[in-house]
Design a protein around this ligand. Structure first.
Ligand SMILES: [Zn+2]
Length: 61
C-alpha cells in the first residue's frame, strides 16, 4: 500500500508514482518509479520531502 498523501511529487521528474515503502540502505526510503530517484529516510537526516533543491540526487537516471 502506498500513501501518496505524505509524499511530495518527485523533485526531479515531478512524478507522483512513488513507492514510499522501499527498504534497503539501512532503512526505509522512497523510490520514484518514474525516473528511479530515491530518498533516504530520517536516519540520514534527509527525508524525501526535504530533497527539493538539494545536491543529494541518489541514482537519478
Ligand atoms: Zn522521479
Amino acid at each position: 500500500m502506498t500513501n501518496p498523501s505524505t509524499e511530495k511529487p518527485c523533485p526531479f521528474c515531478n512524478g507522483t508514482d512513488l513507492d514510499p515503502n522501499r527498504w534497503g540502505m539501512g532503512g526505509q526510503y522512497t523510490l520514484c518509479k518514474t525516473c528511479g530517484a530515491f530518498g533516504p529516510d530520517a536516519s540520514s537526516g534527509i527525508t524525501w520531502n526535504d530533497r527539493n533543491g538539494q545536491e543529494n540526487k541518489g541514482e537519478k537516471q
